[in-house]
Design a protein around this ligand. Structure first.
Ligand code: TXA
Ligand code: MG
Length: 345
């Protein structure tokens, strides 16, 4: 049941007191703390098991002042905030000197976004009278699949005494994390797309007249902001994940079946029955919305492998393909190994 105002107000008081509160956003659920309380931010890292030098996103209420959190703000940042906030866009900007460096893992930048989920907005408005910032990474253990329901968050953390409340807001609409665009080095590097998401590079370019570059296009750049969503292995279930094209999937399934393997299948085309399966919509929005719930469900069926029908490669599927590639990282020989009985991990 969706959290009511009393639960939201209690969540805001808990945040003000330095506790952690998990809350829904339109992308995924976040594990929140007062961004200006370094001890509370440290508790997020401890609960997640996340390295201390990974920055977290600061969530602000609609109408919050960018100038309080950020410095050297380019006009492009204000244009993007006007166009896409509240919504699933995070901007990386220079951090204002008064903001504790705990939120940015010691970097001189800050990631900031105004989410559109009504429960998130009401929480941010109740917290410090709407003037505060809630630091929140996705509410999952480091490297694991992000949560898109309150139950996912409870499954992830159990009864962690650091977490005062999990506010329920139903299933997150978008289903994959926000688009991240780095504007902190605009003059020298232009806008850089650190993480693809529901808001595409093309829609960003339509607002600021500059197409964000992909970070890989810039080569190894030691001054580039670090982002854990850019790690090769991330968003991963415990069961190995592999992707296969539609054309090869049926024969792979037959061979895995012949080798006595249990397959959990995530697909959008009609395919033969397997141990367990989830059929997802064949649209990027529908697929993204249900993807993490499907990965979690298929992780719980005792399969040897989660096999995913590879989505199309076109731009609209960029966010989904990015998450799937990271979820499958390190499992490259797995299908062959399972068919031929050679352990690959
Ligand atoms: O949709 C989302 O963005 C969700 C919801 C809860 O808002 N949050 C989320 O947070 O995905 P997290 O921590 O799981 O991923 C945030 C990403 C990380 O890759 C982090 O490194 C990057 O944003 N990030 C945050 N601040 C940054 C900064 N100052 N510079 C570079 N990257 C930053
Ligand atoms: Mg995350």
């Amino acid at each position: 049941m969706e959290a009511g105002q009393a639960a939201i107000d209690a969540g805001a008081r808990a945040l003000e007191a330095g506790s952690l509160v998990a809350f829904p956003t339109e992308t995924v659920y976040g594990l929140g703390a007062d961004a200006e309380n370094p001890a509370a931010v440290a508790a997020i890292y401890a609960a997640k098991g996340r390295p201390q030098d990974h920055p977290v996103i600061v969530h602000v209420a609609p109408g919050a002042s960018l100038d309080y959190w950020c410095a050297d703000i380019p006009s492009e940042a204000r244009q993007l905030a006007d166009a896409f906030w509240p919504g699933p866009l995070t901007m990386i900007l220079k951090r204002a000197p008064n903001i504790p460096d705990a939120v940015s893992g010691g970097q001189d930048t800050v990631g900031i976004r105004c989410p559109s989920h009504p429960v998130a907005i009401r929480l941010l408005q109740a917290f410090k009278g709407g003037q505060g910032g809630v630091a929140a990474p996705s509410a999952n253990k480091f490297g694991h699949v992000s949560p898109t329901t309150a139950q996912h968050v409870r499954d992830e953390f159990g009864a962690d005494p650091r977490i005062a409340a999990v506010l329920d807001g139903g299933q997150s609409e978008v289903g994959i994390e926000s688009t991240i665009v780095d504007l902190s080095r605009l003059a020298t590097h232009g806008p850089v797309l650190l993480r693809p998401g529901h808001i595409s590079a093309e829609s960003i370019a339509a607002v600021i007249d500059q197409m964000p570059a992909r970070p890989d296009a810039l080569g190894a750049d030691p001054s580039a902001p670090r982002a854990s969503g850019t790690l090769e292995s991330h968003y991963a279930p415990h069961t190995p994940v592999a992707m296969q094209d539609t054309a090869t999937l049926a024969s792979t399934l037959a061979r895995l079946h012949g080798a006595g393997r249990k397959v959990a299948l995530i697909h959008y085309s009609p395919l033969p029955a397997v141990h367990a399966e989830v059929a997802l919509p064949a649209t990027p929005e529908g697929f993204a919305h249900a993807l993490y719930a499907a990965l979690r469900a298929m992780d719980g069926v005792g399969a040897d492998l989660i096999l995913v029908e590879a989505p199309p490669q076109d731009g609209a599927w960029l966010g989904v393909n990015d998450r799937l590639r990271r979820a499958a990282h390190g499992s490259s020989g797995i299908v062959h190994g399972l068919i031929n009985n050679t352990p690959t991990f």
